[in-house]
Write a protein that binds this ligand. Structure first.
Ligand code: CA2
Length: 162
């Protein structure tokens, strides 16, 4: 069965490419979604792509992924630094969860540096700009063992010798 990935975006990310391009670049969230859809078609998987400014709505979406999605990719934005509710919801999900930040949060000011939601994530990607979503999709599909055979072996990762 084709893998299903839920991609979630937190508060204010609907303003990507519109405000503060010096920090977050000029790519809009619609453009990021389009490139994720393009990669999904290439990999033969399906994605659902969401943005919400509401913490509870993000919790509901994570809960709805239970049994309906194989992996979650999330940019929790400002909720990364505050949300116990997102941490608890992520812990319920059984598959890989990858946190993405467009900027390198470790090089940011004190307020934007300490993601608490990353403690409940399988992996964290930050500082790659919008390409972070693409890297996260490849990593999620690799983790699920569903990269197509025609993808180069190096992208499948090193396998343990038997
Ligand atoms: O780098 C990221 O992806 C962030 O998650 C973005 C969050 C920020 O709080 C995190 O530290 C890092 C902010 C998202 C707000 O989005 C905006 C988009 C355009 C203009 C202003 C804010």
């Amino acid at each position: 069965m084709a893998a299903k990935i839920m991609i979630l975006n937190g508060p204010n990310l609907n303003f990507l490419g519109i405000r503060e391009p010096h920090i977050y670049g000029s790519t809009t969230l619609d453009e990021i979604e389009a490139s994720c859809q393009q990669l999904a078609a290439t990999l033969g998987i399906t994605i659902s792509f969401h943005q919400s400014n509401l913490e509870g709505e993000l919790v509901n979406l994570i809960q709805s992924a239970h049994g309906n999605a194989d992996a979650i990719i999330m940019n929790p934005a400002a909720y990364s630094f505050t949300s116990i509710a997102l941490i608890d919801a992520l812990k319920i999900f059984e598959g890989p969860t990858i946190e993405v930040h467009i900027s390198n949060i470790h090089a940011r000011d004190e307020l934007h540096r300490h993601s608490i939601t990353s403690s409940a994530s399988t992996a964290v990607i930050c500082g790659l700009g919008p390409y972070g979503y693409i890297a996260a999709m490849l990593a999620a599909v690799q983790k699920l063992g569903q990269l197509p055979d025609r993808i180069p072996a190096s992208l499948h990762g090193l396998r343990a010798k038997t």
